[in-house]
Write a protein that binds this ligand. Structure first.
Ligand code: PLP
Length: 365
């Protein structure tokens, strides 16, 4: 297979179970937006539910529709901003939605109602209202509008992934000051705030429900070592050695001749490139694991191929050998670091051209 993402659903299941062990009564809402962070939304959702998640969250209404089309039932929270057409779709999918202005509650009411989570912006500065009084008015309206249920009170942290930073506590304080008294008035409304980093970092953020995403895929929200957090990466990205060629000093490979051999060596051509999500910025900087050894990407990452310098002796590599770009020995955190980005972007950036193959600890799923 030229470009393949192998996804271990058992790892997702175990990651969810591992996160649940942090919880003292809170439920777990598995975030499967952006096609399950590139892992495949429906398979990831099923694995998360098998691991003990009781809710799912997405961003777009179409993502909720797609989960339902896959036969996935139960609570689905659509967390993103919604156009009128998306609101129709979210409600038609029986999803919970997020609101922070009265007109949003009215729009849901006009459509026959639905379950609403009111979002206070305690410092993220994106969705939600910063005005706690407005948020309270929206919650009151949701609780009293025919057909509408006030299902939750929520916020989202900006810096949970920066251990030691004080802003998380500030956001938490603002959220609790608003949400606790409101929950006394509306006991059916659940409180939720924690992303993956907050789940791992501070139990005070857990409330009634937590919303981890990245950690359920076995990626470290702190960009360090997933294993140190007890998480198992679920995704491996592989291709294979399609061609091997000996090059002489002065011979080059790839667009712009960004690799010019300084010695006799062997180049392996691996048919995966930025058209698959292997970013061009890995030109001359990334490593690939072939036949158990690391070898550097040599020259420009093109749309469909990379070339890898496997050394003068060819490393014992033969055509057809697997080439591992992400997996044991080459974590997504490493590739992200080389790209000066975060691990989230690595699986999210894998394109539709990369086949996803699902397994459970090696057994086809
Ligand atoms: C509102 C909200 N909650 C939860 C999450 C999950 O975050 P993470 O993947 O860091 O666990 C996200 C994702 O960014 C989000 O936008």
């Amino acid at each position: 297979m030229r470009a393949l993402a192998r996804v271990n659903l058992a790892a997702i299941e175990r990651n969810v179970a591992r996160l649940r062990r942090e919880l003292d009564g809170a439920e777990l809402c598995a975030v499967v937006k952006a096609d399950g962070y590139g892992h495949g939304a429906a398979p990831a959702a099923r694995a998360a539910l098998a691991g003990g998640a009781t809710w799912l969250a997405v961003t777009a209404a179409a993502e909720a529709t797609a989960l339902r089309a896959e036969g996935i039932e139960g609570r689905v929270l659509v967390m993103g901003a919604l156009t009128p057409a998306e609101l129709d779709a979210a409600l038609a999918a029986g999803a919970d939605i997020v609101a922070w202005r009265e007109d949003m509650v009215e729009a849901a009411g006009e459509r026959g109602g639905g379950r609403i989570h009111v979002k206070l912006d305690t410092g993220m500065g994106r969705l939600g209202t910063r005005d706690a009084e407005q948020a309270t008015r929206v919650a009151e309206l949701a609780a009293t509008t025919a057909g509408v249920q006030l299902a939750g009170l929520m916020t989202h942290f900006a810096t949970a992934d920066e251990p030691g930073d004080a802003f998380l506590g500030e956001q938490l304080g603002r959220f609790e000051a608003w949400a606790r008294p409101l929950q006394e008035r509306f006991p059916d409304a659940i409180l939720h705030a924690a992303n993956s980093a907050a789940v791992l970092r501070d139990r005070a953020t857990h409330f009634d429900l937590v919303r981890p995403g990245v950690a359920i895929y076995g990626l470290d929200p702190f960009q360090q070592d997933a294993a140190a957090q007890g998480l198992e990466p679920a995704l491996e990205l592989v291709s294979y050695v399609a061609e091997l060629k000996a090059v002489r000093p002065g011979e080059s490979a790839g667009y712009g001749r960004r690799f010019v051999a300084e010695r006799d060596t062997v180049l392996a051509t691996v048919p995966i490139g930025y058209g698959d999500g292997v970013r061009r910025a890995l030109t001359n900087v990334g490593d690939v694991l072939i036949a158990g050894r690391r070898h550097p990407i040599a020259g420009t990452v093109s749309m469909d191929n990379i070339t890898v310098d496997v050394g003068p002796d060819g490393g014992g590599i033969v055509r057809g050998d697997e080439a591992l770009l992400i997996g044991p020995g080459i974590p997504a955190e490493e590739m992200a670091g080389r790209l000066q980005t975060i691990n989230y972007e690595i699986p999210c950036g894998l394109t539709a051209r990369v086949a996803r193959r699902y397994h459970r600890d090696g057994e086809p799923a």
